[in-house]
Design a binder for this molecule. Structure first.
Ligand code: FDA
Length: 308
């Protein structure tokens, strides 16, 4: 029950103000967020890459309400990519973008988001790296996949996230796999209605396994965005069955979650592992989704109010 409540709260401005202005929140937030500013993100990148873990960086923000904010998002990514290039990290770090932070939901937002994402793809290509389009709630999927398709004409390594929770994803996985796209498969972090998405965790897990089988058998580049040990094990078996080399797919996990397993997969098993590193001051929505995924995180969070 708590998960859906927290996902509703993740979209509440009142809750955003309350949680954002409560100093006790900070230590808990720091577990999931690399920091507020670019130097914090770069420090996290250096630490992770030194441990053999590649990264994808997310400049936090979503649901912008005017074009000026959308332009600020684009500029933040351009600054990030310039900094990664200056440190020679183009072969270890890519970026993840949420198109709602590029204005996707504003009037005329599809074109605005496409223009912003294109500028980021150009900057990424210039330093030898690429971009993955995060996926937000189901109302954004058509626009995001249409933007992916246009971007891939000029930047074929651009990737997208698909969410196993959505019924449509089994079809979308087949389409993107046939096109040879990079696809990050995740379970899905948004509250979705029963008309479009599986509601029971067991059904989402089964849908994930079916989509993973299609991805691993196909010609695309699978990015397994999951911390679930059963999914990781299934990936190992599918990789073996299809004769995939270690550089033909990768495991991806979120910053601060199952970090020992991230290191173990990279160092002991020689797997390609990428950590998703969020940074920036607009952490509320991202943070609340992490609480919703795991009730134990909420206990940890609430305890921070009473143990000062
Ligand atoms: P599951 O939820 O079953 O968790 C398996 C195990 O992982 C848990 O038992 C626990 O040990 C650990 N775990 C999972 N979540 C945790 C948490 N919050 N705190 C502590 N431990 C946790 N979603 C989306 O809708 N759009 C997107 O663009 C993305 N992008 C994205 C990128 C990457 C790299 C990852 C790994 C995930 C996403 N997600 C996402 C989030 C995704 O949809 C999903 O909500 C989470 O990954 C949790 O699902 P798992 O597959 O980890 O399984």
């Amino acid at each position: 029950m708590l998960g859906p409540l927290l996902l509703t709260a993740s979209r509440s401005d009142r809750m955003r103000r309350f949680v954002g202005h409560t100093p006790m929140t900070r230590p808990v937030v720091d577990r999931f967020i690399a920091g507020d500013a670019l130097p914090d993100a770069l420090a996290a990148v250096r630490a992770l890459t030194a441990q053999g873990i590649d990264v994808t960086l997310d400049h936090l923000g979503e649901d912008v309400t005017d074009p000026a904010q959308a332009h600020r998002t684009r500029d933040a990514y351009l600054e990030l990519l310039a900094a990664l290039g200056a440190e020679g990290l183009g072969d270890r770090a890519e970026v993840s973008v949420k198109l709602s932070a590029f204005g996707q939901s504003l009037p005329g937002g599809h074109d605005l988001a496409l223009a912003g994402a294109r500028a980021v793809c150009e900057a990424a290509a210039a330093i030898g790296t690429t971009v993955t389009l995060d996926m937000e709630d189901h109302t954004t999927v058509d626009s995001t996949l249409a933007i992916l398709s246009v971007l891939r004409r000029d930047f074929p390594r651009t990737g997208a996230v698909l969410q196993a929770a959505l019924f449509r994803t089994e079809r979308d996985v087949r389409t993107l796999t046939a096109e040879g796209s990079r696809v990050r498969l995740v379970k899905g972090a948004y509250k979705e209605p029963p008309a479009v998405a599986h509601q029971r965790k067991a059904d989402v897990d089964r849908a994930y396994a079916r989509c993973l089988a299609v991805l691993m058998a196909g010609d695309g580049y699978p990015m397994i965005g999951s911390h679930d040990p059963r999914i990781i094990d299934l990936t190992r078996r599918l990789a073996e069955r299809h004769g995939r080399t270690p550089d033909s797919y990768e495991f991806q996990m979120l910053y601060g979650i199952r970090t020992a397993e991230q290191r173990r997969l990279a160092a002991e098993e020689g797997r390609k592992v990428r950590a998703y590193v969020p940074y920036g001051s607009d952490w509320y929505g991202y943070f609340m989704r992490r609480l919703a995924e795991r009730p134990a995180n909420l206990t940890f969070f609430l305890r921070s109010f009473t143990t000062r």
